[in-house]
Design a protein around this ligand. Structure first.
Ligand SMILES: [Zn+2]
Length: 264
């Protein structure tokens, strides 16, 4: 059994090559599970492999808007999702922070739309990666335009989570309007900008994540992040929402297990 679920980690990246068994045994000891996220074909395959080998690991498969040279090969992903531990599609979305040129925007949109169609067809949620260019909300606004048009076609089959939420209250509310959830990382343990958003949005729409190996929370900042540190993110949400950890932790687990249909 698990008490916590880190809904977004990359245990499939090279940063974990040397000590993955240790990382997983620490997770088991602390009753932490995770969804391992693919960013391309190779890491998606690896996520599925890890989920098959470990009871408390699930997989998300797809193509990242900028971290991959792979195209969205539907046949390849159709094979992967036959595995019952694949629980979502992504991470996919729009990343204008690292945009090389304007033409790339159109390519990113096409790649994203293909994954939306695929997720809806197979009734799986999306794991969104959305990063606007500096000082703007441009990528989020384009995502909303795309979701608006797809919503007409797919209705409730269009669902997902906006990962690594680091935007404004208005943007958060817009995701919630689409029925999308929001997940927070260790960033909230040392930046106060999101307190008001966390306070105001319903707990049912929140998940916790690490995005390990990136952005370790306080008191582990600067080190490689790993899924057990999701406990620090939960603590911080309890503080901000002024509810006890004993009340919060089972609720967060329930949110994520329902949303991603995780079977224990
Ligand atoms: Zn990620």
């Amino acid at each position: 059994m698990i008490k916590y679920i880190d809904i977004h980690s990359h245990l499939n990246l090279k940063e974990f090559n040397d000590d993955l068994p240790g990382v997983i045994s620490r997770m088991n000891k602390q009753e932490v599970g995770t969804i391992v996220i693919g960013v391309d074909k190779k890491t998606s395959e690896l996520a599925v492999k890890l989920s098959n080998e470990n009871e408390n690991i699930w997989a998300c498969v797809g193509i990242h808007p900028t971290d991959s040279v792979d195209d969205f090969d539907e046949g390849f992903f159709e094979e992967l999702i036959k595995n019952p531990k694949v629980v979502c599609i992504g991470e996919c979305g729009l990343d204008y922070f690292r945009l090389k040129n304007e033409e790339e925007k159109e390519k990113q949109k096409e790649l994203f739309e293909r994954q939306i169609d695929f997720a809806a067809k197979h009734d799986l949620p999306l794991m969104l990666h959305v990063r606007p260019s500096k000082g703007t909300q441009d990528a989020h606004l384009d995502v909303f335009k795309i979701l608006e048009s797809k919503k007409k076609e797919y209705k409730d089959k269009l669902r997902g989570n906006s990962h690594f939420f680091a935007s404004t209250k208005e943007i958060a509310e817009e995701y919630i309007k689409f029925g999308f959830t929001i997940s927070f990382t260790g960033l909230i343990t040392y930046i106060q900008d999101f307190n008001e958003i966390i306070e105001s949005i319903p707990l049912e729409m929140i998940h916790i994540e690490t995005d390990a190996p990136f952005v370790a929370p306080v008191p582990h900042r600067g080190k490689r992040n790993e899924p057990i540190y999701v406990i620090e993110v939960a603590k911080r949400i309890a503080e901000i929402k002024k509810i006890s950890e004993t009340e919060l932790i089972p609720k967060l687990l329930e949110n994520s297990s329902k949303f991603f249909n995780l079977k224990f």
